[in-house]
Design a protein around this ligand. Structure first.
Ligand code: ZN
Length: 353
């Protein structure tokens, strides 16, 4: 899952932010003709998600949705009655399956909206919403142990209800409209080329306006914070960092100076070509720092936060940091820059090679 995103990165060189203040709760800012920007609250360190509304036929197309909570429903109803002029949300584009983006999609579908997203996002969101767990699965606990989760943290987690999609994502009715890389679609009175990225979330949709300058960037193209790349028990042999690098290589040539990126968090910005470089370089440098950290001494995954995160990891950010450290260790291992061996108690010890 995505609880939010990792620490601020310095990669804002060359970026410009046309709006220095975000819209207040319940209000919307017009960022392009017929395109409104609003925010919904998140109960985490990263305390908001951006949503966008595009005038679409007899109503609005909404891009991403926030968590499903009483408070976000009330804010959205207020937006519909106010800035959206009482017109319905007829389509919802979900950029990726994370709960802060898909949370209210099912609720809007129940009210007649069409859901557009990628097949992977749809399958992941629906699977995870149905897969309710009262306690972490044995596979999850085994994964966390192997990757060196702090023993006290692990013991506490074993006895707690884990984060569940179902707690903050409305049930998703069957029946969605698939979008995929290479498609050209109409949405909100504009035409868009669909591309996809991976690493933060598999098959994350990124839409580039045809004959215009808007980009719907979701969490693939965030400014100011480096998107969280986590390795999870769902796919323990995965390579989210490698997937991220490949996506950056694929998407970088599409970036233009005059693109106005509408991102999933923080504020809309221009300067995408420079941003594409730092989105990749942040992780190249993180891998190098991690490699140097392992060259000093063999470490467990839980001992690898310092080279990856500028700020001390606390209880609130432990999970994000842990799964992100696992992703970077896997990348070093898969590219032959690190080896791992069982320490003797089922915990991997990682060494630089
Ligand atoms: Zn996300």
């Amino acid at each position: 899952m995505d609880g939010g995103d990792r620490s601020d990165d310095p990669g804002c060189r060359g970026l410009r932010f046309p709006w220095d203040a975000p819209p207040a709760e319940g209000e919307a800012t017009e960022v392009a003709e017929g395109v409104l920007w609003a925010r919904l609250p998140l109960p985490m360190a990263l305390d908001h998600v951006n949503v966008f509304f595009l005038r679409d036929g007899d109503g609005w197309a909404m891009v991403d949705t926030g968590f499903d909570t009483k408070r976000t429903r009330a804010i959205l109803e207020g937006l519909m009655a106010g800035p959206l002029d009482g017109l319905p949300i007829v389509r919802v584009l979900v950029t990726h399956h994370h709960p802060d983006h898909v949370g209210l999609a099912g609720w809007l579908m129940e009210r007649g909206a069409e859901l557009l997203t990628t097949r992977t996002a749809w399958l992941m969101a629906r699977m995870l919403t149905l897969d309710e767990q009262a306690r972490p699965t044995p596979e999850t606990l085994e994964f966390c142990r192997r990757y060196g989760m702090d023993a006290a943290v692990l013991a506490a987690r074993a006895e707690e209800r884990p984060f569940n999609f179902a707690d903050i994502v409305a049930p998703l009715p069957v029946g969605f409209t698939r979008i995929k890389a290479g498609d050209r679609i109409d949405l909100g009175g504009r035409t868009w080329d669909v591309h996809t990225g991976d690493g933060h979330a598999a098959e994350h949709a990124v839409l580039y306006e045809v004959g215009g300058d808007l980009v719907l960037g979701g969490d693939q193209l965030l400014p100011g914070i480096s998107p969280n790349l986590g390795l999870y028990p769902t796919e323990p042999g995965g390579d989210p960092v490698g997937d991220w690098m490949a996506s950056c290589a694929r998407l970088a040539p599409l970036a233009r100076e005059d693109h106005l990126v509408l991102p999933g968090h923080k504020t809309p910005y221009t300067g995408l070509p420079a941003r594409m470089r730092s989105l990749r370089e942040n992780h190249v440098h993180a891998l190098d720092r991690l490699h140097a950290h392992l060259a000093e001494a063999p470490r467990t995954g839980g001992e690898c936060f310092a080279p990856l995160f500028k700020r001390p990891v606390n209880e609130k950010t432990y999970g994000l940091a842990f799964f992100e450290a696992a992703a970077h260790l896997n990348r070093l291992w898969l590219t032959g820059r690190a080896s791992r061996e069982d320490r003797g108690d089922g915990v991997w010890l990682w060494r630089a090679t």
